[in-house]
Design a protein around this ligand. Structure first.
Ligand code: IMP
Ligand code: ZN
Length: 358
């Protein structure tokens, strides 16, 4: 077999494996996850045929702030509870089609002319319930996002809604701190209130260099951190920050395509996955905004295999540890691990059969 043929057969084996592996997604923003197909459907629902989704082109963005403007396009078609419901339902279905068995969606409640923040959240929880009713075998939880740019009052309101609504909607499990990292602040005192009320906290941290804020977030000890890009001294962090981070053992959500496209990491080879994985720091692989960055969780895993030489077995282990970082009950986490173990055994069986044939 020629070298090119071997390479392409290896790639297709990798693709199949990453697609078939039962996966866990812990970092997905709803409005950034809308596929072109879903956006088109939503444009049509809104009868805005003059708007063209070709504008949804992240490649043309030159800075992190420009990337954040891309979201305004998704917002223009998710302005009613109906549209938010469809956006959520279709996004869950797409993750399910990629063999994601557990998904934590996160979203910033939005009030507009035709919708209150509470109605926005209700539309999402309804879609989650309906996906469950239609027997999609994917478990879905929701984190309510606080957008750092929107200020203290909005942050407080979102957290109040999350605390109030989690009583009736057990899919609401946590708070996400997100938004343009070059703007606003981390609202740590509000995150304390959310934690005391029983919500888990996932905080975007160190997407851009900001040693003081990153240290404050790490010392607050969120349940998970997003990105953690500028922590290492060689990535505009510092020795002290990196040491504090490693000893915190806070699991970090790594989103490779997102970091490359937002230009916060120069190349895949230089991604902080490498030294965090080598240091055995708890980590998981996520999509961030699969619509904006034209990715899937399977594609992100392929990148990890390609650039960092992880084997199939390494990915199975990674996925099992990811289950343990989920904002789910112990019973749910064990169920996820059982499904992954089942997959792993069936893969071993295939190998055995091949051996027997030989
Ligand atoms: P939404 O919260 O469902 O509306 O999803 C889009 C929002 O997620 C954006 O407006 C940002 O606030 C947030 N977001 C998406 N990607 C990132 C990221 O990489 N860093 C910080 N915030 C992000
Ligand atoms: Zn994010």
């Amino acid at each position: 077999m020629s070298a090119t043929k071997i390479k392409s057969s290896n790639e297709s084996k990798m693709k199949n494996f990453c697609h078939n592996l039962p996966k866990i997604e812990l970092h997905a923003h709803l409005n950034g996850s809308l596929s072109c197909q879903t956006l088109t459907k939503l444009f049509n629902m809104k009868h805005a045929r003059d708007t063209n989704h070709e504008n949804f082109d992240v490649e043309k963005c030159n800075s992190l702030t420009e990337i954040f403007d891309v979201f305004s396009l998704a917002y223009s078609v998710t302005e009613t509870p109906e549209a938010v419901y469809t956006a959520t339902y279709d996004t869950i279905k797409e993750f399910y089609e990629d063999n994601v068995i557990y998904l934590e969606l996160r979203s910033t409640p939005r009030a507009c002319e035709k919708m209150t923040k509470k109605e926005y959240i209700l539309a999402i929880t309804q879609a989650i319930k309906d996906c469950k009713k239609s027997n999609l075998s994917i478990k879905v939880k929701l984190l309510i996002s606080v957008n750092r740019k929107q200020g203290f009052k909005a942050a407080k309101e979102n957290i109040r809604l999350a605390i109030e609504m989690k009583q009736e909607h057990d899919c609401i499990v946590g708070i996400d701190l997100s938004g343009d990292p070059t703007k606003g602040e981390a609202f740590i005192e509000l995150l304390h209130i959310a934690r005391t009320a029983g919500l888990k906290i996932a905080a975007h941290c160190a997407e851009v260099p900001n040693e003081v804020e990153s240290m404050d977030i790490i010392k607050f000890k969120p349940d998970r951190l997003g990105h953690g890009t500028c922590i290492h001294p060689l990535s505009n962090g510092s020795e002290e920050l990196y040491e504090t981070f490693l000893s915190s053992k806070i699991p970090v959500e790594l989103c490779l395509s997102s970091n490359i496209m937002c230009k916060t990491v120069p190349t895949y080879d230089a991604h902080h996955f490498k030294y965090l994985y080598e240091s055995k720091h708890p980590l998981c692989i996520c999509t961030d905004d699969k619509g904006v960055f034209n990715t899937t969780l399977s594609k992100e895993l392929i990148l990890v295999m390609k650039y960092f030489n992880l084997s199939e077995n390494d990915l199975i282990k990674l996925m099992k540890s990811t289950a343990s970082y989920a904002f789910a009950s112990c019973i749910e986490k064990n169920e996820l691990i059982e499904i992954i173990d089942g997959f792993s055994k069936s893969a071993e069986n295939t190998v055995k059969v091949t051996k027997n044939f030989k």
